[in-house]
Design a binder for this molecule. Structure first.
Ligand code: AMP
Ligand code: MG
Length: 425
């Protein structure tokens, strides 16, 4: 049966994208935590807050190259002072700055005791870099200027990152600066990936008549990796009842299974029927088997969610674009949630380059490219062809234009909401 046609004469209500997302989040678990070294922490999620073990910086330091002096000595300018030493990064000046004295100082060096002003080197006449010479201060700064105070970045014992923080390269460098090399993070969820379809052959195999190369599984594996999970390839299964259960080996210890294809209600679609409790469960609100959802979205209407052998299973449509966009919309927040993190889509507004007709009851995700005009405005151009089988359009898109159900017709020049497609997806 074509996926758009319902079995009954009164079509059941479609499930809203937000509702489907929430049900998926409610149905997946959160992994346990483990300790990893900073070198292995990229992309992981903190399971515990991180506090600064010491103040950073640990002492007052200079933000510029110049001379460290006492403010009372530079009240009247020009002022003549005696250079008494040097403080460089990693080589602090051992003494104090006395009356009438100046310490040559460089960026990142400890400010010597009793100095409270850094005079920029361009405001000083100095004949040489020798100690003992007389230098002339031509103009000055207010006390404290160009000094980075102890604890400016973080105070000892202060919280610097919360549990649930996604560990970016920036966040890991902050942890190192705060004195941590071992980080408590959520374990990487293990995600089984299964393709279904009698027509599928693995990549690298020349398809015979009627066959196609399976591309979804590798896409999903990369997708899982980029979102912090461990993909486990469960291979390709035939369109037969019970094939799903057979493909699941007991020792896989999976946190979630993601399937592609066979998610509709055609005679060759078996995923929903193989799930735990599939026979007796009926969703009265949506008049379907409880695991089978018709979601109000385009592309990607049929999606399955349930459990098999008590492992959560997300069944995505087989069309590569539907599968990819459903992964972006549902699997991204699910993988974040499984790792103790809340995912927030980073959308923005852009100016539409061409007209769009009014939208129907389904939330729409249009593949589009993004450019900038001379004034720096983001211009978004929807692809002419939006067929859900066309990887060529998806692979060349920069963003998805997100249109809510019943969005009215839009004209070129209107503002629309766009969701960037992450670079490596
Ligand atoms: P299905 O959801 O099983 O009805 O499949 C919808 C379309 O997606 C069909 O044209 C399939 O051949 C195609 N398809 C299903 N699985 C894959 C896959 N793993 N890789 C590429 N295309 C697929
Ligand atoms: Mg199929």
């Amino acid at each position: 049966m074509p996926p758009d046609q319902d079995a009954k004469s009164t079509p059941p209500a479609l499930l809203a994208v937000s509702e489907a997302k929430q049900r998926i989040l409610d149905g997946v678990g959160i992994t346990a935590s483990e300790t990893v070294s900073y070198a292995d922490a990229l992309g992981r999620t903190l399971a515990m807050p991180v506090h600064a073990k010491a103040s950073v910086p640990a002492f007052d330091l200079s933000a510029m190259d110049g001379y460290a002096v006492r403010s009372e000595d530079v009240k009247t300018l020009p002022a003549r002072l005696t250079r008494c030493g040097e403080s460089a990064a990693g080589h602090p000046f051992a003494g104090k700055v006395g009356r009438g004295e100046a310490v040559r100082i460089f960026t990142g060096a400890k400010v010597p005791d009793d100095a409270d002003v850094i005079i920029l080197q361009e405001d000083v006449d100095a004949a040489s870099e020798e100690n003992g010479i007389t230098i002339t201060i031509k103009s000055g700064n207010p006390a404290g200027k160009h000094i980075r105070r102890k604890g400016l970045d973080m105070e000892k014992d202060a919280p610097v990152l919360n549990a649930g923080q996604h560990l970016s390269a920036r966040a890991i460098s902050l942890c190192l600066s705060a004195g941590h090399t071992d980080l408590e993070v959520y374990k990487q969820p293990r995600i089984g990936i299964l393709s279904t379809g009698d027509e599928l052959v693995p990549p690298g195999t020349t398809p015979a008549k009627g066959q196609i190369v399976s591309s979804n599984a590798q896409y999903l594996a990369h997708f899982v990796e980029m979102n912090g999970g461990v993909p486990i390839n469960l291979g390709i299964v035939r369109d037969e009842a019970g094939a799903l259960a057979q493909a699941l080996k007991a020792d896989n210890d999976l946190d979630l299974i993601v399937t592609s294809g066979g998610a509709s209600v055609g005679v060759h679609d078996h995923i929903a029927g193989d799930l735990d409790g599939a026979d007796q469960s009926v969703d009265t609100a949506h008049q379907t088997r409880i695991h089978f959802w018709k979601i109000a979205m385009r592309p990607g209407k049929p999606v399955i969610f349930g459990k098999i052998n008590n492992i959560p299973l997300l069944g995505l449509p087989g069309n590569p674009v539907s599968s990819a966009i459903c992964a972006m919309i549902f699997l991204t927040p699910a993988l974040a949630h499984m790792q103790g993190r809340h995912h927030q889509d980073m959308t923005f507004h852009a100016t539409l380059a061409s007209d769009l007709r009014d939208n129907d009851k389904r939330q729409e995700y249009l593949r589009a490219t993004l450019t900038y005009d001379a004034a720096g405005r983001a211009i978004v151009t929807p692809a002419n062809l939006q067929d859900s089988s066309m990887l060529s359009v998806l692979a060349n898109a920069d963003v998805l234009i997100m249109r809510p159900p019943f969005d009215p017709a839009r004209r070129a020049g209107d503002q629309v909401t766009v969701l960037p497609i992450p670079r490596l997806f």
